[in-house]
Design a protein around this ligand. Sequence first.
Ligand SMILES: Cc1cc2nc3c(=O)[nH]c(=O)nc-3n(C[C@H](O)[C@H](O)[C@H](O)COP(=O)(O)O)c2cc1C
Length: 195
Amino acid sequence: MTLDLKAAATTLNGLRPFPVAVTTILNGRANGLMSLSAGAASIVPEAPRVTISLTKYNLTHDLVLESGVFAMHLLAATPEEQFAISLDILMGLGGSSGRDGDKISQFRTKPGVTGTPILLDALSYVEGRVVHSLDIDESTLFVADVVAAEQLHDGERLRVGPAWGALPKEWIEQYDRNHHPQLESARRYREQAKS
Ligand SMILES: Cc1cc2nc3c(=O)[nH]c(=O)nc-3n(C[C@H](O)[C@H](O)[C@H](O)COP(=O)(O)O)c2cc1C
């Protein structure tokens, strides 16, 4: 039977509508990216866990793998001025690699309990220490104990749909240029795993 990719996309696309800003630090080197893979990973309310899937191609992946710490921030859709700030964070972290230069110092931050930079203009965050990780060929799935959490502002959570619709065309082109080699790398990892 041929795999129905359209049906797969209908089922899977947009399952996680909230883009999160992931930050981390290793030996003083801070970095971060945007992700749509974040989720809650425990049913125990007094011991929350978070899961995140990071592509091996990305610098943040390597830093989290080694440091075992990260923060995962939700961005704000409201009030209006906060929406613009959230887009700045999305564009600053999600369209280029920290391998090409520092991405964090342009943002207002404070160190979290793990030393990870906390984005002060985010809506809220959880900070985690990795307790399990699973190599899934092109990515690693990290599961972390939440060791700190804070609501920094009031407002609604930013969804990727309205955010994407408001991003400048030039930035989306840059994102596509950044995404293409990442996808090729992912396909190579999958091929290697077969052999
Ligand atoms: C909305 C959005 C969602 C993304 N989701 C993920 C994701 O789940 N995992 C991942 O590794 N990269 C994801 N990316 C791509 C990274 O954010 C992007 O490749 C980034 O430039 C990597 O930076 P780094 O090399 O400094 O870590 C996403 C990007 C955007 C804009």
